[in-house]
Each structure stands twice: as C-alpha cells, then as structure tokens.
Design a protein around this ligand. Structure first.
Ligand code: ADP
Ligand code: MG
Ligand code: ZN
Length: 597
C-alpha cells in the first residue's frame, strides 16, 4: 500500500501543477487591471476609454492605449449617457449567461474530471496489485534457492538426529545406488522440537551436506491476504524442485498451515486449508522416483493435522531436544569461533551455567558477551561479560526457554528417577531409554520409555504396573521431600485414566467382565464428544471405588519398592542432577542392582 500512496501523490502533484499552468489560459482576464470606480469615471471624463462590456455590475473594457481594465459599478444611471457622450462602444452581456458557463466549468466539469482521474488511478493500482498477487508466488519461490553452505559440522548437540539424517543425505547424493536395489526413501521428514533447537539450521545442513538445491518456504508466508496464493506457491515450489532433482523442499513452521482442519464444522474453506490441501495433493502426486524430499519443521507437532502424518507423507519424524551439558558445550564451541575469549572463559563452565538453554539461546549468550566487551573497549571477551550475558538471556525480554532453579531441578530429578527405577524393577513395563531433567515442552523433565515390541493387547499386570510407574514420580517426591508437588499432574491424569479404563472398558476389576458407558463416536469429528451412561448411580459408586482401589494398591507398591531402594534412588538422582540426561550405558549401569518385591 505504501507504494500505491506514493504513486497517487505523484500523480496528484503532477495534476495540480498542470492545472495551475493551464488555468490562466482559460482566464483571459488575468492581465486585466482592476480600476476603482472613481478612476474609471476619471478615465471616462478624459476620453481615454475606447470600449466597454457591461455584464451586471461588472464593467470590463479597453482603454485607447490598449490596456484592459475591469471595475465594479453601482447602479449608476448616468453611466450609459456619459459613455455615449465620449463615443465609447458599449456591449451588454447577460450576467446569468456568463456565470452559467463559468459555474458549469468550475462546479461540474472540474470535479468530474477530477473524480474520473482518481477512479482511473485506483483501478490501475488495483489491477497492479492483482497481477502481483498472481505472479509473486512464483517469484518468491525462486528467490529462496541458492547454494547452501551450512553443514552438519555447524550443528551440535543433536547427534542422534544427525545419525538418522546421514541416510537421507547419502540418498540425495547418489539416488541411483538406492534405486538399483529398489529401496524407497521417505518422501517427507518432519523435524520437531522447541524453538531455537536448530530445526531450520539442520534442514539447511542436510542440503549443504548433500549439495542439492534447497527450496524453502515458510508456513507464515502462506498466511497471505489473497486467497489461493498459498496453494499456488506450494504448486510452484514443487514444480521447480522437480525440475532440479535431487532436491529438497523445506517447509518451515508447517504448523501455520498444517493445523488440524475444522472437521466440517463451520465449513471454513479458508486460505490455510487450501494451502494444506494443495500440499497433500503435491506430496501424494509425486513420483517416488522424483528424488525430491520434503522436509518440514515445527515446534507444535501436537496441533498438526493427522493427514500430514499419514504414511507416505511426513512419516519419518526426528525430534530435536534442548541440548544437554555436552551438547551445550559443543554448541558454544561452534559459536565461539571468531570471537577472542580471555583465558578465564571456559566453555564447559558456561555450559554448566546454562541448563535449559536452546542452541539459539547459547548463540545469543556469546553474542551478547561480545557486544558487552566491545562496549567497554575490550580486546577480549572475559568471564564477567559471559556471566552478565547469561543473566541477560535468562531475564531478558527475548527469553523463550524455561530455566529451572537448583531446588526444582533436584525435585524433578527425584521424580524422574522414581519413574525410571520402578519401570526397571517391574518387568511388564517398557524399558527406560533415557531420563532427563531438561525442560521439554510443558514437562520439566521426562523419562522416555520405549516398548521392546509393538503392543496391541494390555494384560492386567501390564496395566497395573504402568500405573505404578506413573505414580512413581510423585511417590519419590513424597519420600524425599515429604510432600508432593504439582509436577505430577500429567502422571495422575494418565494413571487415573488407565485405571478407569481397566474398570469400565477392559473388565479388569471386581465388577466383572463387562463395559460401562457407551462412547458416542462422532464420525465427522473423529473424536469422542460424549459418553452415554448405561449404568445406575449405585454402579457408578462401585466404579469409583474400584478405580480408587487400583490406584491405591499401585501407590502402595510404588512406595514399598522405592523405600527398599532408597539408597540407589538418591545415588541416581545425584548423577542425574550432574549430567542432566542419562542414557545408553551410563543409564544401564545406574539401573543395576535394584531390588524387586
Ligand atoms: P529453530 O528453527 O529450531 O527454531 P534455528 O535453526 O532457527 O532454530 O536456530 C536459530 C539459531 O540458533 C541457528 O541459526 C544457530 O545459529 C543456533 N542454533 C540452534 N541450534 C543449534 C545447534 N544445535 N547447533 C548450533 N547452533 C544452533
Ligand atoms: Mg526455525
Ligand atoms: Zn512424572
């Protein structure tokens, strides 16, 4: 719009200038001298006047020396005889006639011309904008291409993800090798993780490693004013990428378009939905031999439309977490390059000071430190600047990450160890893969359990043991700190839910093998919206009792097991506080020597 206004004002100025130049040409009276009536009478007496035109009370005329004049007269009865006497030629015009012509010009013609002109300008602008809308999808995608120079060496602290991505890079480098063996490589790859963990960076690094063209579009680009632009952009990006295979299409912040679509409610055919549909169509439509891989990034995988996650679309998912101690140190090393640090700055110490920081936060810390040093005219960045920068990033307005206090950290550590120890002791639960006290999403810490095999059935002992593990976090907190905290609320929700299903759906309680309550599945919504009660109030009571019994039995068992292994729990919590994340061999070692019930 800015440009439009500039154009309009330019035209307006040109127009006004033109009018100012042209106006005098129409106005023949411009070189006329205005005479006072008395001077007019004097001139008349002296016989200087050659001719006059009388129009109402306006008298215009010419002197004998050819100068034109103009004057206003009263209704002066002697005027005509006086002029006659001096032999002046007299012309009389109807005053109405002349003012009619003039009025028409001023009051009608001028505005008409003016409005016509304005209308023409506006039309021109609108058309201009439209044709821009038609073409900029294409133009935009082109601009984003270019040789990528980022490599895996620029990304640290995400070793697992890099390991997984090596395969993709290798495929992009020599697709023929894979095709000869009939191998299909995933079309879509979804990078998930909190903001600032290097999703965008990693996607670029894949292109850099593989040395293939990189077509990038961001979800926020799609949210445009003109309907249809998003879809046409998607189309044109795919078109271009397919022309230059092997290639990568990168869709950053895909959640902006890939949100769960309204399931028929409200019937919104909005821009976002059109764009998403176009994306799905393109992904389904491409030839598996096309050698183009679509990489998407999001920090809100939870709100993505399930259609995006279906097989054949973004079915390969890679999680990027906040870096742990070692990861932070490596990231700091990358961003410390090119900055002269004083001898007292040890990056491992900085890493220890910054739990919960993302890669972007760490980069920011070093940058702030350099700025602080420059401001005081230092030649090197010292430890004071780094410390100050850490505080700034923690407190600063741009702080996006949760940073936890030591006190909370130790609480979270005991909580997670509680989960981990119990799932190690109880044989019917999933194996612990990793425990961490780095905040992730809403959770302050987490214990990652991976199933050894796919499960389709749940036995009663599996269900109760899972509840026991879920309660383990809270029980450990109670045992060490003598009171629970709010941190366990998600665990409680899940354990309550499972206990309820044991009673009402799985028939695993005293109430016998039957179900209670019928789920009303709304096929259009694809979710449960209501539950129909098909039992009496008395049964409802019994159900509640059974749920309570199951939970309290599990709670007691968790308490007994953790008390028995208290020494081990404390030892492990200390290790976790120090390392922040325990996995692989260190975790295995730590979980050895636990006593069962
Ligand atoms: P995201 O896309 O996940 O929000 P970005 O990739 O945009 O995060 O990261 C922003 C910046 O932070 C990067 O350009 C990089 O300089 C730095 N950064 C983030 N994560 C890492 C990492 N793992 N290793 C090195 N630098 C990182
Ligand atoms: Mg990003
Ligand atoms: Zn928990």
């Amino acid at each position: 719009m800015k440009a439009n206004w500039r154009v309009i004002t330019t035209y307006l100025i040109v127009f006004l200038l033109g009018a100012a130049i042209i106006a005098p040409l129409f106005n023949t009276e411009s070189k006329v001298t205005e005479l006072p009536f008395s001077s007019f009478l004097d001139s008349s007496d002296q016989g200087k006047i050659s001719q006059v035109t009388i129009s109402g009370d306006v008298i215009t005329g010419e002197l004998k020396d050819k100068t034109s004049f103009r004057t206003h007269a009263l209704n002066y009865p002697n005027l005509v005889p006086m002029l006659r006497e001096k032999g002046v030629s007299i012309k009389v015009e109807s005053p109405v006639e002349s003012s009619w012509a003039w009025n028409l010009a001023i009051q009608l013609l001028f505005p008409i011309v003016f409005f016509f002109f304005l209308w023409w300008l506006i039309m021109r602008q609108a058309q201009g904008a439209n044709s821009q809308a038609m073409s900029f999808g294409r133009a935009n995608a082109k601009q984003q291409t270019g040789k990528v120079t980022v490599t895996f060496a620029d990304v640290a602290g995400v070793d697992e993800a890099k390991e997984e991505l090596k395969e993709i890079v290798d495929f992009l480098k020599n697709p023929a090798k894979y095709q000869a063996l009939g191998a299909k490589i995933p079309k879509g790859l979804l990078l998930m993780g909190p903001p600032g963990t290097g999703k965008t960076l990693l996607a670029r690094a894949i292109a850099g490693e593989a040395g293939v063209p990189f077509f990038s579009i961001s979800g926020s680009d799609f949210v445009e004013m003109f309907v249809g632009v998003g879809a046409s952009r998607v189309r044109s990006v795919f078109e271009q990428a397919k022309k230059q295979t092997p290639s990568i299409i990168f869709m950053d912040e895909i959640d902006a378009v890939g949100r769960h679509r309204g399931a028929g409610l409200g019937g919104g055919h909005d821009e976002r939905e059109q764009t998403l549909n176009q994306l799905l169509v393109e992904m389904d439509g491409f030839d598996p031999k096309a050698n183009t891989i679509v990489i998407a990034a999001t920090n809100r995988p939870d709100i993505l439309d399930p259609a995006l996650l279906r097989p054949g679309r973004f079915d390969r998912r890679i999680v990027l977490d906040k870096p742990d101690l070692k990861g932070r140190e490596d990231i700091l090393k990358i961003h410390a390059k090119g900055k002269p640090f004083a001898k007292d700055v040890e990056l491992s110490v900085v890493a220890r000071r910054t739990p919960g920081f993302s890669g972007a936060d760490l980069e920011n810390v070093l940058n702030e430190a350099a700025i602080l040093a420059a401001r005081t005219d230092k030649k090197e960045v010292g430890i004071e600047e780094v410390e100050e920068a850490v505080d700034r990033v923690i407190a600063g307005p741009e702080k996006k990450s949760k940073v936890i206090s030591d006190n909370e950290k130790s609480r979270v550590a005991y909580h997670e160890v509680g989960h981990a120890v119990l799932s190690q002791i109880l044989k019917n639960t999933d194996k612990v893969h990793k425990i961490s006290i780095l905040p992730r999403g809403m959770a302050l810490g987490y214990t990652l359990q991976l199933p050894m095999e796919d499960k389709y059935l749940v036995t009663r002992s599996q269900a109760t043991e899972e509840i026991t593990v879920l309660l383990g976090g809270r029980v450990a907190e109670e045992m060490i700190f003598n009171e629970p905290s709010s941190g366990a609320h998600n665990d409680l929700e899940r354990s309550t839910d499972l206990a309820k299903r044991m009673v009402t759906e799985f028939g695993m309680s005293k109430l016998g093998p039957r179900t209670f309550g019928r789920k009303d599945r709304q096929i259009f919504l694809g979710r449960d919206i209501a539950e129909m009660k098909d039992y009496s109030e008395q049964t409802a009571d019994e159900i509640d009792h059974e749920i309570e019994r199951i939970i309290s039995e599990c709670h007691d068992r968790a308490r007994a097991l953790l008390s028995k292994n208290r020494g081990k729990v404390e030892e492990m919590a200390k290790l976790l506080i120090e390392k922040e994340t325990l996995e692989n061999s260190i975790l295995e070692e730590a979980l050895k020597g636990l006593q069962g019930d």
